[in-house]
Design a protein around this ligand. Structure first.
Ligand code: GLU
Length: 449
């Protein structure tokens, strides 16, 4: 199932398994990076001398805390909160918070580990971290969400700061939650420290285009991949899984570039809409009413809901998995390849399983991992930090232009690195090696810390 590791990296991976028992997603994320690093081990012996790879696999700090809160019925609820401060060689820890019942230490560590390399690829001064809680926001009232966020921040505030650790959103954490979290941080610290969180509202320190950035950035990246093959989105049939923040703005940008998105999904099923997803309706259902994709299907004529089955059975030229980790399995990759898919770019973090990636490669499908393709979100967070530090705010056009430049820069750097290290055209190898080298060189310079 997995590719072999460089012999020097076998004991490194064994130690990760031993130290982090039961954290399957973290093991998967580490393994995928280590598999790319064989040529680096051979070319740069100085990293082994300083045990850089071993150090990168061990978080600098892991924080786990109790989050008590009172629900609308007056009952006391207890959740678990996490912040894993993984690596600060390039800047303050940076990465989102995820509120979802599946969250446990292994998920936070996989996300934090990916974030190190993703953030390095942006070329911006940000380290890697991630956090969240096993809190399930589904069906909770506004008041419950607010009380939960306030309790969560009552512990988290002592660990974060503009120069220390800068959280943002992820699954289950959007503009509303960032508002409640920022409000509580501001109240406890008695400071208006805008740069402590990103994804803020536009009237109180947020950046234009941050909401759109992950989805737009994924499509900009896929567009660069198409350009490298002399193609474009124009007239292409596209499937986007998910219908959250990443998916919605990926769909918007695909439509702007002349592609047609024929399917989207959520945990209740997927919808096929041959006329192209009606984005105004989808946004209203998901962002305003906080409803289900079934509501979209019920209100849109010509759309059909499939409540059991895989969205990857829908034939397409381009697939953009934008839902969650391990959502695109081996059988899905086989179905996509049979249907003639030409390109897969990950808007979510680690949505394709290793077996699925292998099938796509063997079928000659261009494939880009999330740490490269979805870096636009965190890159725009870094632009938000820049604006906060200079007490400035930029126009939408200027910010989107910067985002497009960053995505093109990542794309070109990844391809050049893949070429230099003997895997031309391999976006996984290029992303892992380019991200790793940037962090490793900073760590070497700073000594054993
Ligand atoms: N959660 C997003 C990611 O996976 C964004 C993090 C951020 O903006 O800090 O990259």
């Amino acid at each position: 199932m997995t590719a072999p590791l460089h012999p020097d990296l076998e004991p490194v991976f064994d130690e990760v398994l031993r130290r982090n028992a039961g954290e399957d997603e973290f093991h998967q994320a580490v393994r995928e990076v280590l598999e790319s690093l064989a040529p680096v081990v051979d070319k740069r012996p100085e990293y082994a001398q300083a045990s850089i790879i071993q150090r990168i696999c061990e978080p600098e700090r892991q924080i786990i805390f109790r989050v008590p809160w009172v629900d609308d019925e007056g009952r006391v609820q207890i959740n678990r909160g996490f912040r894993v401060e993984f690596n600060s060689a390039l800047g303050p820890y940076k990465g989102g918070l995820r509120f979802h019942p599946s969250v446990y230490l292994g998920i936070v560590k996989f996300l934090g580990f990916e974030q190190i390399f993703k953030n390095a690829l942006t070329g911006m001064p940000i380290g890697g971290g991630k956090g969240g809680s096993d809190f399930d926001p589904k069906g909770r009232s506004n008041g419950e969400i607010m009380r939960f966020c306030q309790s969560f921040m009552t512990e988290l505030y002592r660990h974060i700061g503009e120069y220390r650790d800068v959280p943002a959103g992820d699954i289950g954490v959007g503009g509303r939650e960032i508002g409640y979290l920022f409000g509580q941080y501001k109240r406890i610290t008695n400071q208006y420290e805008a740069g402590v969180l990103t994804g803020k509202g536009l009237t109180w320190g947020g950046s234009q285009a941050r909401t759109e950035a992950t989805g737009y950035g994924t499509v900009f990246f896929a567009d660069e991949m198409l350009k490298a093959k002399g193609e474009s989105f124009d007239g292409k049939r596209v499937v986007v899984s998910g219908s959250g923040n990443v998916a919605v703005y990926a769909i918007e940008k695909v439509h702007q570039l002349g592609g047609i998105v024929v399917a989207a999904s959520d945990s209740s099923g997927y919808v096929v809409d041959e006329a192209g997803i009606d984005l105004a309706l989808l946004k209203d259902v998901k962002e305003v009413r906080r409803g289900r994709i079934s509501d979209y299907a019920a209100e849109r004529s010509g759309a059909t809901l499939v409540s059991d089955g895989s969205i990857w059975d829908v034939q397409c030229d381009i697939a953009l998995p934008c839902a969650t980790e391990n959502e695109l399995l081996e059988a899905d990759a086989t179905a996509l390849a049979k249907g003639g898919v030409r390109l897969v770019a990950e808007g979510a973090n680690m949505p394709c399983t290793p077996a699925a990636v292998r099938i796509l490669r063997e079928a000659g499908v261009a494939y880009a991992p999330g740490k490269a393709a979805n870096a636009g979100g965190v890159a725009t967070s870094a632009l938000e930090m820049q604006q906060n530090a200079s007490r400035d705010s930029w126009s939408f056009e200027h910010t989107e232009e910067r985002l497009a430049e960053v995505m093109k820069g990542i794309h070109d750097n990844v391809l050049e690195t893949a070429e230099e290290f003997g895997s031309p055209g391999d976006y996984t190898a290029g992303a892992n090696i380019a991200g790793f080298i940037r962090v490793a060189d900073a760590m070497l310079a700073m000594g054993v810390i």
